[in-house]
Write a protein that binds this ligand. Structure first.
Ligand code: ADE
Length: 425
């Protein structure tokens, strides 16, 4: 199975309520735990484990690509042999450290400047009026800091935050229980909010709009609806798929923000900041080198920083500071290429080239060839490949681009550039 970057989260457990003043470094190792039941993820994992259909034998590439990309493709097997660096080597120690390097205040949060400015205005206004902040929706690819921002907001408001994820709110009583425990001004963070079921959504509507719960008392003709008031709270929803949110739910968020991929300088600043907290010596060249291969994503930058630190301490114990040369040496060893693609990304693209002539190929077909859940492919793997121009979505399916052929060391088929252009005309 392909590794699931979405699964790079603290271990699941019961919903945890944290007061924002508990979020200081001392207590942060008590990692935020998501709710225990993750039915969607379990199903996805089972499906991926049970598929594993081998793609047909592919043609050899015209020459060797970056990092010696090899020709034979049997995706699931190769992945079993060489599980992705990103997930398999993620440890609970990493997760604890993630907590310590999370910014606690908006001023410490690097990048997303327009969004930060707007949030600061909302925070100042809410504090001046002594009111709860309006409900917020954050959307964008995973790893860009949606959860971190929610925690920063709670901290800035001086209130507690309840953190959960939509698949954990399976039964009405799950969401009811959380809503009934809200205090004035509390923040409720719901990750993957596009996966909320209809019943939970309908419970949320009056809760968000009127700060009330509508409970049905009795059955049949004698049933009555009892309106239970709730304190004014702030719901923060996060999603990788804003388009999958129902419009009644989306319309109830007063503030809607898209998080964008980070630029290399911003990521280098994040790497330097995290290195300072973790007491890792990295110079500017080293920070930029790590940033350049982090796919515009802070979570990946921080993870690569730790892997480079491991490499430095084992292989270059004599060198006190991680510089550009050392960082690239480590990243090459871990097979993170100059665009930040790992073995899994390259396999996905190679499969498209070798087995589907570069596309178009439908998402479901691609996913089943990879032994992967289509949703994971779409939400986790595709955003950066789309952003970096290595993948296109066309009405007939996914296609690689001329840049993909070149990046992976293949010769693009004659007229391929024209073909891609035509798809959009
Ligand atoms: N760690 C993860 N994301 C961050 C950000 N945007 N700013 C600072 N540190 C971070």
């Amino acid at each position: 199975m392909l590794h699931n970057r979405e699964a790079e989260r603290p271990s699941r457990g019961p919903n945890v309520r944290m007061k924002s003043n508990e979020l200081d470094e001392e207590l942060m190792p008590v990692t935020i735990q998501y709710s225990s039941s993750q039915p969607g993820e379990e199903k996805a994992a089972q499906k991926a484990a049970s598929t594993g259909s081998k793609p047909a034998k592919a043609e050899r590439p015209s020459d060797e690509g970056v990092l010696g990309a090899s020709a034979s493709l049997s995706m699931p097997d190769r992945l079993k042999e060489r599980p992705g660096l990103m997930k398999s080597q993620e440890t609970s120690y990493d997760n604890r450290q993630d907590s310590s390097i999370r910014p606690k205040h908006l001023t410490e949060y690097i990048g997303q400047s327009a969004l930060k400015e707007s949030i600061q205005i909302g925070l100042d206004a809410a504090k001046t009026r002594n009111e709860a902040l309006d409900h917020l929706l954050f959307y964008g690819p995973p790893g860009l800091g949606k959860t971190t921002l929610a925690m920063v907001i709670a901290q800035e408001m001086g209130t507690e935050i309840h953190i959960t994820s939509a698949p954990a709110l399976e039964r009405p009583r799950d969401i009811l229980g959380i809503l009934m425990s809200m205090k004035p001004g509390s923040v409720l963070f719901i990750d993957e909010i596009h996966r909320l079921n209809k019943v939970a959504e309908e419970i949320l509507y009056p809760a968000m709009e009127d700060f009330a719960l509508d409970r049905t008392i009795g059955k049949g003709e004698s049933a009555k609806i009892l309106r239970v008031p709730l304190p004014r709270f702030t719901l923060i929803g996060a999603t990788t798929k804003a388009g999958s949110l129902s419009s009644p739910l989306r319309d109830r968020f007063g503030l809607v923000y898209r998080l964008n991929f980070y630029g290399p300088e911003e990521l280098a600043d994040i790497v330097s900041r995290s290195a300072g907290i973790l007491k890792i010596q990295v110079d500017q060249g080293g920070a930029l080198a790590i940033a350049s291969r982090s796919r515009g994503t802070p979570r990946i930058a921080n993870r690569l920083l730790r892997r480079v630190r491991d490499y430095a301490s084992v292989k270059r114990a004599d060198q006190a500071v991680i510089d550009e040369t050392l960082a690239f040496e480590a990243l090459d060893l871990f097979e993170i290429d100059p665009l930040g693609l790992d073995t899994t990304d390259r396999m996905l693209l190679k499969l498209m080239i070798e087995n589907f002539a570069g596309g178009p190929v439908g998402l479901d077909t691609l996913a089943s060839s990879l032994g992967e859940d289509p949703r994971t492919l779409e939400d986790v793997y595709e955003p950066y490949l789309l952003q970096s121009g290595l993948l296109n979505r066309t009405p007939r399916g996914r296609m690689v681009t001329v840049a993909t052929y070149r990046h992976l060391g293949y010769r693009p088929p004659t007229g391929w550039g024209d073909q891609v252009k035509l798809e959009f005309e």
